[in-house]
Design a protein around this ligand. Structure first.
Ligand code: HXC
Length: 257
C-alpha cells in the first residue's frame, strides 16, 4: 500500500512508521491515523516484523489531532465519525510498540505515545495535554493513561493548566523509559527495537498482554492472568529452545512458534 502522510519501512525485524506532515508538526489528521492503522495491520500480518517503532521528526512527534480538521465538527460527527476507533486500533496491536519522541508530543500526540508500550524520548521532547487551551479536554485516553503514568497531581496540573513537561520530567515520573540526545534518538530506539525483535515473538505478545492487564485488573486477578500466560509459554517451541540454549551455553534462535 502506498502512503502519503507516513513513511514506512521494515529493517531487521522492526517495522517503522514515521509521521510525514512536517508542515503541520505532524498533526494527526484522519488520513494520517488511517494510514497508521493500515501500516500497523500490515506489520501485524508480516511475521518478519516482531517489533514496531513509531516516530516523528526532530521538531515534533505530533502536535495533536488536527485542529483545523476538527474545528467545525459537531458532537455527533465526532461520535459517529470513527476517528476514535482508529486510536483503539492502535491499542489493539499485539506486537510491541515503541514511540521514539522528539520535540512536541501534545494532545493526541501525547496520547498516541502513551498507547505505545515504551516511550524513548530525546532531550528536546515535550509532553503535554493542552486541549484546555482550546476549550476541550483529551479524548484519546489522555486523562486515563497520563494519570496512571505520572500520578493524579501532575496529570491534573498538566490537563487543567495545559502545562508541558520536559523529557527529564517525563523520565522522573516514569512516563518515558529513557532520554537520549536528539541526534541519537532514532539509533537508540532502533537498537532497543532490534533487541526486542530477536526475542520469542509469542513470549513478547504474552508479556505485553500481561503488563497491559495490570491496568485493567485488581492485583490478584492480574497475577492469575500472568500465571496462565506464563504457563502458556511452556506450550511453545521457543520456550523449549530458550531453556535448552541456556543449558547448552549457546544463543537461542526463536522461530515464533
Ligand atoms: C493542526 C497544527 C497543529 C494541530 C500545529 N499545527 N499544531 N495544525 N492541528 N494540532 C500547524 C500550525 O497551524 C502551523 O500551520 C504549523 O503547524 C506550525 O505551527 P506553529 O504554531 O506555527 O508552530 P510553533 O509556533 O512552533 O508552535 C508549536 C505548538 C503550536 C506549540 C505545538 O503549534 C500548538 O500549540 N499547536 C496545537 C497544540 C494542541 O493544542 N494540541 C492538541 C490538539 S487537540 P500554518 O499553516 O499556520 O503554518 C487533540 C485532541 C485529541 O489532540 C482528541 C482525539 C479524539
Amino acid at each position: 500500500m502506498s502512503y502519503k502522510a507516513i513513511l514506512v519501512n521494515v529493517e531487521a525485524g522492526v517495522g517503522c512508521v514515521q509521521f510525514n506532515r512536517p508542515e503541520a508538526l505532524n498533526a494527526l489528521s484522519r488520513q494520517l491515523m488511517t494510514e497508521l492503522v493500515a501500516a500497523l495491520r500490515e506489520f501485524t500480518a508480516d511475521s518478519e516484523v516482531r517489533c514496531i517503532l513509531i516516530t516523528g521528526n526532530d521538531k515534533a512527534f505530533a502536535a495533536g489531532a488536527d485542529i483545523k480538521e476538527m474545528m467545525e465538527a459537531g458532537a455527533v460527527d465526532m461520535y459517529l465519525g470513527g476517528f476514535s476507533a482508529l486510536w483503539d486500533a492502535v491499542y489493539e496491536v499485539k506486537k510491541p510498540l515503541i514511540a521514539a519522541v522528539s520535540g512536541y508530543a501534545f494532545g493526541g500526540g501525547c496520547e498516541l505515545a502513551m498507547i505505545c508500550d515504551i516511550i524513548v524520548a530525546s532531550e528536546t521532547a515535550q509532553f503535554g495535554q493542552p486541549e484546555i487551551n482550546i476549550g476541550g479536554i483529551p479524548g484519546a485516553g489522555g486523562t486515563q493513561r497520563l494519570t496512571r503514568a505520572v500520578g493524579k497531581s501532575l496529570a491534573m496540573d498538566m490537563v487543567l493548566s495545559g502545562r508541558r513537561i520536559t523529557a527529564q520530567e517525563a523520565l522522573a515520573t516514569g512516563l518515558v523509559s529513557r532520554v537520549v540526545p536528539v541526534e541519537a534518538l532514532l539509533a537508540e530506539a532502533m537498537k532497543l527495537a532490534k533487541e526486542i525483535a530477536v526475542k520469542s515473538p509469542v513470549a513478547l505478545q504474552l508479556a505485553k498482554e500481561a503488563i497491559l492487564e495490570s491496568f485493567e485488573s485488581p492485583l490478584s486477578a492480574g497475577v492469575r492472568v500472568e500465571r496462565t500466560l506464563s504457563h502458556l509459554t511452556f506450550a511453545t517451541d521457543d520456550q523449549k529452545e530458550g531453556m535448552r540454549a541456556f543449558s547448552e551455553k549457546r544463543k537461542p534462535f526463536f522461530k515464533g512458534k
